[in-house]
Design a protein around this ligand. Structure first.
Ligand SMILES: [Zn+2]
Length: 463
């Protein structure tokens, strides 16, 4: 990321304007926009952005349950962090929060948004919460009893305080975006004649790039670098019982070291997980040293990004929720007949159990987006969404640059692409198959999500 070679701040000429002059111009522009019944985008464009970033250590001080390990952590290889980038266009700030946690329920992300709104004034619908999905850190949730202490509540309080502090430190800033090729993730679903198995599929879809959004002060100082990549952080996985942020944490550490020299030193390095539902970082279970090397490859790609300035513009936000239906269970009679033929087969046992349990309620799929003028869109999708959706959104997006996050606003299961669900009940691979608790999603979910994303962009246009 050639931030040593960037152009000087492009809004230099605006510094000499007096505040009153700007206010009069803005008011006049807004009147013109209102009269023309069009979006006030160009007319009411702010003079500059303001930005701030912050981070807080969220590592638990006790051994903690990590589902991936089927037990408690035995020590700490890397500290866990939550980080925030706040950007203000002069109307209301937006906050992108990232954290080294495996996931959270939708209710947790909503509670966090509300808590941030109360403490900092940032509207809850202008907050995104992205989970890195490292498999060597715990998830976060809230106990039913609001008085009961929990790791999730500690993290919520720390993030709230961190974000409020960042808002107090907002300063005039310029933004820049860019993308660079990088492939540390590989599609993990390999179709075989019998069924789809989990192994590296070199021909399967991946998102072979890293997206970067960077913020700098007018004095040239670095405020923060947000980088996003789509891949499961499973390079450590069960090879170690230590807490670790896996390759995303190591990439942030490498970036701090690599960019720590010169006048721009400092700034918060933060990772956002993309739609890595069907992507594994490689090598799976390779160990801590391997995660460090993968983090280095990602960090090096971030340093190669050619950044382009984002002109000051209004930042619009919109959110939208669709419901994803699950497939109908078989009848109990039909399922038991099948199980009688293959009593030892887990798939048939699941089919029989799910038949007895009956249909599941639809899966809520809340999505949100920020648009920075017409130049940049940050699209946030929930759950373990497959990369096919990120590729589709990137191609269809009406914006110049589109960053697509997965694992944002709640992580409550896999959302596979139609082509993966189409393999059917008995052949589909991990993430597209039935689980102990529910049937697979209907293949029609893909069209529902595509329409939902299009509707979200339409909402942004109407703002
Ligand atoms: Zn996962």
């Amino acid at each position: 990321m050639n931030d040593h070679h960037e152009r000087p701040p492009f809004h230099f000429q605006h510094h000499t304007r007096c505040r009153l002059g700007v206010a009069v111009l803005l008011a006049a522009a807004m009147l013109i926009a209102a009269a023309s019944n069009g979006r006030a985008e160009d007319e009411a464009k702010p003079d500059t952005f303001r930005a701030a970033a912050a981070e807080v250590d969220i590592t638990p001080d006790q051994p903690i349950g990590i589902s991936n390990l089927r037990g408690l952590s035995t020590g700490i290889a890397d500290r866990m962090f939550a980080r925030v980038l706040v950007i203000d266009d002069g109307t209301a700030p937006i906050a992108i929060v990232t954290a080294d946690v495996v996931g959270c329920p939708i209710s947790y992300a909503r509670a966090l948004g509300k808590s941030i709104e109360e403490a900092s004034g940032i509207p809850a619908d202008r907050v995104m919460f992205n989970c890195s999905h490292s498999h060597n850190v715990p998830g976060v949730g809230l106990p039913a009893d609001p008085e009961e202490p929990s790791f999730g509540r500690d993290v919520l309080e720390k993030i709230t305080e961190m974000t409020a502090t960042a808002v107090d430190r907002l300063k005039p800033a310029r933004l820049a975006v860019g993308r660079e090729r990088c492939q540390i993730g590989f599609n993990r679903l390999m179709p075989t004649p019998g069924r789809v198995t989990m192994t590296v599929n070199p021909d399967g879809p991946v998102v072979p790039w890293v997206d970067v959004l960077a913020a700098y002060g007018h004095d040239g100082s670095r405020i923060g670098i947000l980088f996003s990549y789509a891949a499961h952080p499973v390079v450590i996985h069960s090879s170690s019982t230590l807490i670790s942020a896996d390759f995303p944490g190591r990439a942030a550490t490498h970036l701090r070291r690599m960019l720590g020299q010169g006048e721009r030193k400092g700034g918060v390095m933060m990772f956002a997980q993309g739609c890595g539902g069907n992507i594994n970082a490689f090598p799976l279970k390779g160990g801590i040293d391997a995660a460090d090397r993968v983090g280095l490859v990602l960090a090096q790609a971030v340093t190669r990004v050619q950044l382009r300035d984002v002109a000051p513009a209004r930042i619009r936000s919109a959110s939208h929720e669709v419901a994803l239906p699950f497939q109908e269970p078989l009848s109990v009679e039909e399922a038991e007949k099948l199980l009688a033929q293959r009593p030892g087969d887990l798939r048939y046992q699941r089919l029989a159990n799910l038949a007895k349990a009956g249909p599941s309620p639809d899966m809520p799929y809340p999505m949100s987006a920020f648009a920075i003028g017409d130049q940049v869109c940050i699209l946030a999708l929930p759950h373990e969404t497959f990369c096919d959706y990120q590729l589709w959104a990137d191609e269809q997006s009406p914006y110049g640059e589109t960053l697509v996050f997965g694992y944002t606003g709640g992580v409550q299961g896999y959302v596979a692409a139609k082509q993966d669900l189409d393999y059917g009940l008995l052949r589909a691979g991990y993430g597209a198959q039935m689980t102990n608790s529910r049937m697979p999603l209907k293949p029609a979910c893909e069209a529902i999500i595509h329409q939902g994303i299009s509707d979200l962009w339409q909402k942004l246009e109407e703002k």
